[in-house]
Design a protein around this ligand. Structure first.
Ligand SMILES: *[C@@H]1O[C@H](CO)[C@@H](O)[C@H](O)[C@H]1NC(C)=O
Ligand SMILES: *[C@@H]1O[C@H](CO)[C@@H](O)[C@H](O)[C@H]1NC(C)=O
Length: 185
């Protein structure tokens, strides 16, 4: 599994981090989000800097209907540029409209789930494999950071844009981050 993909999932889902063992730091510059219909799913997230390379993300993600596997695809795109103003190049690390069980079993479970239990109310939790549907819920985030031990030691400097889009029945929404990665001195 591609490490960069994991990072992005981390950034995207809970935004993020304490990079003690890393040879790079990062700055979370911006978090953006969109919901095509707030009566179906709603989101509001704010990232606050806690310390160098450490951001706490607070807010909520709410699904107001139960979510069935067959209705959902998840797409992740990552772009990088040496300059904030671009031009940005799309990286090969991406998720091409994966199903919810894959996203949960591969990414969420391995990278996010444990930590989510510490800082989130109502975050999905499962033992063994994820079994849908995901019942409607409001997940509340209280200054979530991420355990970064699973992240790679090296990352190329630059600006990274990640956009995770969820396409569901009569609805879509996304979460976008702009991150600056800097080599540690
Ligand atoms: C948003 O979703 C609700 C609930 O499904 C629906 O009643 C409403 O018509 C939708 N609004 C738009 C603008 O599609
Ligand atoms: C994922 O699906 C959406 C909606 O059908 C489409 O616009 C998008 O191009 C797809 N992405 C990929 C990577 O195939």
């Amino acid at each position: 599994m591609d490490y960069l993909l994991n990072i992005c999932i981390l950034l995207v889902i809970f935004s993020v981090s304490s990079l003690s063992k890393q040879f790079w730091d990062f700055e979370l510059i911006k978090v953006g989000y969109f919901t095509s219909n707030a009566s179906i799913a709603d989101i509001e997230l704010n990232a606050k800097r806690i310390d160098r390379g450490r951001y706490g993300c607070s807010g909520f993600i709410e699904a107001k209907v139960d979510i069935y596997d067959e209705d959902v695809r998840v797409e992740l795109i990552v772009k990088r540029s040496a300059f904030r103003s671009g031009p940005y190049t799309t990286l090969p690390m991406k998720i091409d409209n994966e199903t919810l069980p894959t996203v949960f079993n591969v990414f969420y479970k391995n990278v996010v789930m444990e930590n989510a239990q510490k800082c989130c109310e109502n975050a999905p939790y499962f033992e063994g494999n994820y079994v849908g549907p995901l019942t409607k819920r409001r997940v509340v985030l209280n200054e979530c950071t991420i355990d970064t031990e699973k992240l790679p030691s090296y990352m190329m400097e630059g600006y990274y844009i990640t956009r995770t889009t969820v396409y569901a029945k009569d609805w879509y929404g996304y979460l976008e981050t702009l991150v600056y990665v800097e080599s540690a001195k």
